[in-house]
Design a protein around this ligand. Sequence first.
Ligand SMILES: [Zn+2]
Length: 374
Amino acid sequence: MRFSEIPGLDDEKKILINSYNSNTIHHAMLFIGQKGSANLSLALAFATYINCQNRNTDSCGECPSCSKMDKLIHPDVNFVFPVAPTPKINKEVISDKFIHSWRSSVIESPYITVEDWFEIYGFENKQPNISKDEVRNLVKKLALKPFESVFKINILWLPEYLHLSTSNAMLKILEEPPGNTLFFIVTNNDQKLISTIKSRVQSFKVKRFLDEDMKKYLSSHIDISESEVDQAIYLSNGDINKAEKYLFVSNSEDLNQLKVWMRACYSQNFQDINNQVDWFNSLSKIKKRTFLTYSLKLMREALVSSIDESLSKISDEEMSFISNFRKTLKQKEFEKIIIILDENIRYLDRNANPKILFLDLSIKIANLFKKVKA
Ligand SMILES: [Zn+2]
């Protein structure tokens, strides 16, 4: 991520760049900003700048280091963020084990909120945190010298999720950091940090985005009318994440397309399926994801509401589709659709070919219908 990719905030960018060029970077910086602000993206852009082999007023975006930073795979940049146990990962629950999903989520939107992250990973009813195991792992990593760069940079996203016992362990690291180690701690709420940690870090306040900066950014990223952009900005109070959600939120069009798609799969009509594949392929990446996530959400709702309708949180129109749809499948096939939708969202995040992905998904769903009908 380069500074130039972040809209506005010229003062913040200048302070960071100057601190590097005057050799006065504090070894532990606390990037404080509201949800949907540039706190994380500025930390990423700063790390990219520091590691760039050809930096000027911004990182070059082209050197080997920048290209690794773009994919968030630089060996000298380490990420720590809140996680929770899952059925597959239930021992030593640390960020490294969730890094693939985290990378793709942050690359997709550097303005991601903690709720988005928990939802993307499906932590749902768990209480994610940053555990003692995490700090132990961090200590191990800090013992190693940087591989390629001058600094080892640790980006700790959301210290408000540090366990109290972890906070104390973390404090020790911050008090006596190994040489050439930087900590960029990114928070939405510095009030939640223990005062001993706060006294060890240098606060760096990240202002909320100005409306005009958000407008430039959103208009250049999304093919959408000016009035819709204005409306989203008006409703979001400097929070880019919120503004994007207003613009991308699944709508009645998604429900209509889902109906057409499921009908095509049900009737095994491959001409109709192909039409849906072409439609899906014509969407922007984020809209493809929105559509699949919406489909997954409705299927999950259908499963939940088959147990108890009062648990469901969907509109009447969605409910009527779901009630009819439910009759066409048995529970086992239903669960399978949920699993393959979930899998395919991850494949999409990992840049699978969307046309092949959607065709394959359609055939699998069509086969599940076939099984039930047989
Ligand atoms: Zn570079």
